[in-house]
Design a protein around this ligand. Structure first.
Ligand SMILES: Nc1ncnc2c1ncn2[C@@H]1O[C@H](COP(=O)(O)OP(=O)(O)O)[C@@H](O)[C@H]1O
Ligand SMILES: O=c1ccn([C@@H]2O[C@H](COP(=O)(O)OP(=O)(O)O)[C@@H](O)[C@H]2O)c(=O)[nH]1
Length: 249
């Protein structure tokens, strides 16, 4: 992979990378697989190594999801609070993995947790990014009824990232859910409106609308594919790109 990066220029100076909580489970049913965490830390470290500023949002679906807790009888807002706290636990585990790989990292939480994480502050976050630290934005947006996909798009827009990269377990956006429909076909490029009108369920609609309204490109790609993240930065042809309609289209 070092050879892949040799002599090549990263396409983006600052990115917002979204990792789903479930990605951290590896082959387990719950929790965090340390091997997966370490692999992801190494892949993120490669980006830092070629001068890319990395903002990171990690989901919490490997631990708790508000909607699932609510379906089991819990108050929805309490469930969402638990979901957001789950993202803080994942963020702390990722900071630890990054620091063990000698990659400077800071966790900024949307919910105050004095002594555990920094509180989210946009200007401080930008200073950390400019200084080459990986900034892990935890606790989503800080509000119930949102997702970490929306949080990733929000933070990406706020800190002036050039692209939001959604790392997931499928190769991109398909005509239908590829986990359920093996005949679904992958798109290499879509507009925001196509995602919305075709109801392509890879991300929630709030996240797509936020990106559309603020002209933030999105790329959906498979994080389980070794080297895919670096390839997105160097070649830019992994997965599916969602952006505005191009004048040549
Ligand atoms: N049209 C689609 N294209 C790609 N993935 C889709 C589509 N519709 C639904 N999905 C599902 O969306 C999931 C990606 O979302 P992600 O946030 O990583 O997972 P989760 O929401 O389970 O945490 C994929 O695993 C896939 O099964
Ligand atoms: O701004 C936010 C972000 C997340 N959550 C809660 O945190 C959980 C975990 O986030 P998400 O489901 O987005 O994680 P992922 O699917 O990416 O693992 C969600 O289900 C919500 O309950 C929330 O309430 N507000």
């Amino acid at each position: 992979m070092a050879q892949q990066a040799a002599g090549k220029q990263a396409r983006y100076k600052r990115i917002l990378l979204k990792l789903s909580g479930e990605a951290l489970m590896g082959t387990e049913d719950f929790g965090i697989d340390p091997k997966v965490l370490d692999r992801m830390a190494l892949e993120i470290g490669q980006l830092v190594g070629i001068g890319v500023q990395v903002g990171l949002v990690i989901g919490g679906g490997n631990l708790f999801r508000g909607a699932a807790l609510s379906a089991a009888g819990m108050d929805r807002v309490t469930g969402d609070h638990m979901g957001m706290l789950a993202t803080v636990m994942n963020a702390l585990a990722m900071r630890d993995a990054l620091e063990r790989s000698n990659i400077a990292a800071v966790v900024m939480s949307a919910i105050s947790m004095l002594g555990v994480t920094e509180h989210y502050d946009r200007r401080k976050a930008m200073r950390h990014l400019n200084g080459g630290e990986v900034v892990i934005f935890a606790a989503g947006t800080g509000n119930p009824f949102f997702t970490t996909d929306s949080a990733a798009c929000l933070r990406g827009i706020e800190v002036g990232a050039q692209i939001v990269l959604k790392a997931t377990k499928v190769d991109g956006v398909y005509t239908g859910d590829p986990m359920k429909d093996p005949s679904a076909e992958k798109y290499s490029r879509l507009t925001y409106d196509e995602v919305l009108t075709r109801k392509l369920g890879v991300m929630d609609l709030t996240a797509i609308c936020l990106c559309r309204d603020h002209h933030m490109p999105l790329r959906v790609f498979n994080m389980n594919k070794p080297g895919a993240l670096l390839s997105v930065l160097l070649e830019g042809n992994e997965g599916t790109l969602i952006e505005e309609e191009h004048p040549d289209d």
